[in-house]
Design a protein around this ligand. Structure first.
Ligand SMILES: [Fe+2]
Length: 325
């Protein structure tokens, strides 16, 4: 085995770059000045993540099929993950966010667990399903948004008589990147309900979302409709917006250095994300990866849900916003 003296001697003797590079290898050093297939710096964001669109109709059919074939005894969660088909990606929907459609059958229980990643649910179709967050029962009705910040115990149940469907959103890819992952199953399986909480900072009702977007100011620059940021201080990595677009409204094109996942909660329309035309309707999910141009055109009155790593980028002082000329 080469000694430290040998390595220093090799460096002393190196009088051409080839010798220097060879002498650096055993030191686990690499020159910063050489050409690389993947450069260290580049001019502007150039994400390999793709603009994607998942139609709720297809996702619902997929969940119904899963509902026939797998129960919650076998699966901690009956969910189908929206995987961006970028090479090498396993689960991420955008660089920092993951989304999944989930379904629970009447009478079923999805066992209680907790994890470091922050999570939210956009309820697409549900009557009388619920989440139990830290012992508090949170109703999940159609149009609600329910939060489970990192390390909150959460399980799901269903008192109604029709399957309930929702869209999950978490920052799991970010926790994979930064490595603070913790996960624990509840020792009791499904943790019992201790309190019923109709009014909770972790639940935004459909009624309140409609009212707040109606009362919000229009964006003077025209990039957004009447838009509200929902308060989620305990989960700062996921910014949550709900935005009202009137029938016939077209937003002014922009791009920004943040990833966004959109899901229309009401209405229909078309969005142009860079060169991709996406005709969406209620319950769909589509992505706007970082630095892609974004423009929405509402065909009907719309309320658009958006989750984004914008505030993470702002925290890091990386955030840039550019309006189209
Ligand atoms: Fe979970």
């Amino acid at each position: 085995m080469e000694s430290s003296e040998d390595r220093v001697e090799a460096l002393r003797k190196a009088n051409n770059l080839e010798d220097l590079y060879a002498a650096l290898t055993p030191l686990d050093m690499t020159p910063g000045w050489i050409e690389r297939k993947q450069p260290i710096l580049w001019e502007q964001p150039d994400t390999p993540f793709e603009v994607m669109h998942w139609r709720y109709e297809e996702c619902k059919a997929a969940l119904d099929a899963a509902g026939r074939l797998i129960n919650t005894d076998l699966a901690e969660r009956r969910n189908l993950i929206l995987r961006n088909p970028v090479e090498g990606n396993n689960i991420a929907t955008t660089k920092t966010l993951i989304n999944a459609y989930q379904m629970i059958l009447p009478g079923e229980e999805a066992r209680t667990h907790r994890h470091a990643p922050h999570a939210l649910r956009v309820i697409i179709e549900s009557e009388d399903s619920f989440s139990v967050v830290n012992g508090e029962k949170h109703p999940m009705e159609t149009g609600d948004i329910v939060l489970t910040p990192g390390w909150c115990w959460h399980g799901h149940g269903h008192d109604g008589d029709r399957s309930a469907y929702w869209l999950d959103g978490l920052d799991v890819p970010l926790t994979h990147l930064l490595e603070p992952m913790f996960f624990e199953e509840h020792p009791e399986g499904f943790a019992p309900v201790e309190r019923v909480t109709p009014d909770s900072p972790y639940r935004f009702t459909w009624e309140s979302i409609q009212k707040r977007t109606e009362q919000a100011d229009a964006d003077p620059e025209g990039h957004f409709g009447r838009r509200v940021r929902l308060e989620a201080d305990e989960m700062p990595t996921i910014g949550i917006y709900v935005e009202r677009l009137e029938a016939g409204q077209t937003t002014r094109k922009f791009r920004h250095s943040a990833n966004v996942v959109y899901s229309p909660m009401m209405g229909s329309g078309t969005s142009t994300i860079d060169d991709n035309e996406i005709s969406w309707s209620r319950g769909d999910t589509f992505t706007a990866p970082t630095w892609n141009w974004i423009e929405h055109r509402a065909q009907e009155d719309t309320i658009m849900f958006a989750m984004t790593d914008e505030f993470l980028m702002r925290f890091a002082n990386y955030y840039r916003f550019e309006a189209a000329a």
